[in-house]
Design a protein around this ligand. Structure first.
Ligand code: AMP
Length: 286
């Protein structure tokens, strides 16, 4: 049975009840329009021993900048609930905007260094919105494992940092990127792509695959590796925000010759902005 609740108090009480009985709570924060990427997080939570999975669905206005796609972000609560029922998610928390940000709300949670480059540069204020809403979700859920996708690599690192710095009782877990059979990383925004845009969007994962193969055959030159992605994405996208090879821990430039790194990309195809990445090195996970 999947319970639906709209109030933070109900989420808090449910999680407290589970912990009182010795159970483990997992939280999966999402903006809804659920796809197999989101569902893989809930599945991982179950496999890793959660007794109770809470999945939040909230299109957080604070993390959208002016001129971004807040208005057209897909909202599909009914089918999201259906997917959660099938998967055995215990509780879906879908608050109204006013429940999260009542009149008088004036607090912001901000992580500094990690939020500056990449998405931070192209979406000013974005991560402040993310960390503010995630801090609120963590406060309501309490002690838990919280599952994030490494599709949003920088977001995962930022949230991890926030939890550590604020000593929140939350274990932040990063999970692999889920892709379509042809390589496209799943995203709620993919549904905005026309057929021909979707075809062009494949340039991104193709570029990353080229890097994966080059890495496997020993390429370690940062400029050469990023050029492989650019070669695929420049002709297929309408605008590239960045292609960058960074340290997976600090997100600072990885250096000229690398033995580990994460190659991150953000590009626009039509009206849709897409992000993807590839983690390289001995510690890398997909
Ligand atoms: P969103 O609804 O886009 O805010 O995403 C909610 C969570 O799902 C975030 O932790 C994302 O990183 C994760 N997620 C989104 N797409 C994918 C994907 N293709 N693979 C794995 N995780 C994903």
């Amino acid at each position: 049975m999947t319970e639906l609740c709209h109030e933070g108090a109900a989420l808090r009480e449910a999680c407290e009840r589970v912990r009182r009985e010795g159970g483990r709570v997992a939280l999966v924060p999402t903006m809804g329009a659920l796809h197999a990427g989101h569902l893989s997080l809930a599945r991982a939570a179950r496999e890793q021993g959660a007794d109770f999975i809470a999945l939040s669905v909230f299109v957080n206005p604070l993390q959208f900048g002016e001129g971004e796609d807040l208005g057209r972000y897909p909202r599909t609560l009914e089918s999201d609930l259906e997917a959660c029922r099938e998967l055995g998610v215990d509780l879906v928390f879908a608050p109204a905007r006013e429940a999260m940000y009542p009149d008088g709300f004036q607090t912001e949670v901000r992580v500094t260094g990690l939020t500056q480059p990449l998405e931070g540069e192209h979406r000013p204020g974005h991560f402040d919105g993310v960390t503010t809403v995630v801090a609120k979700l963590f406060a309501k859920t309490g002690r838990c494992h919280a599952y994030f996708g490494r599709k949003d690599f920088q977001q995962w690192r930022v949230v991890e940092r926030m939890a550590r710095d604020l000593e929140l009782p939350v274990e932040v877990v990063g999970m692999p990127i889920v892709r379509e059979a042809d390589g496209l990383a799943l995203s709620s925004r993919n549904r905005h792509l026309s057929e021909s845009e979707r075809e062009r969007a494949l340039g991104i994962s193709r570029g990353l695959r080229r890097v994966h193969d080059a890495w496997a055959s020993g390429a370690r030159d940062a400029a050469q590796l990023t050029a492989l992605v650019r070669r695929e994405v420049e002709p297929t996208s309408d605008k590239i925000d960045y292609v960058a090879l960074r340290s997976p821990e600090t997100l600072e430039p990885a250096g000229d010759t690398i033995d580990a790194g994460v190659l991150l990309i953000a590009a626009h195809v039509g009206q849709t902005r897409l992000i993807d990445n590839l983690w390289l090195g001995v510690d890398a996970r997909p």
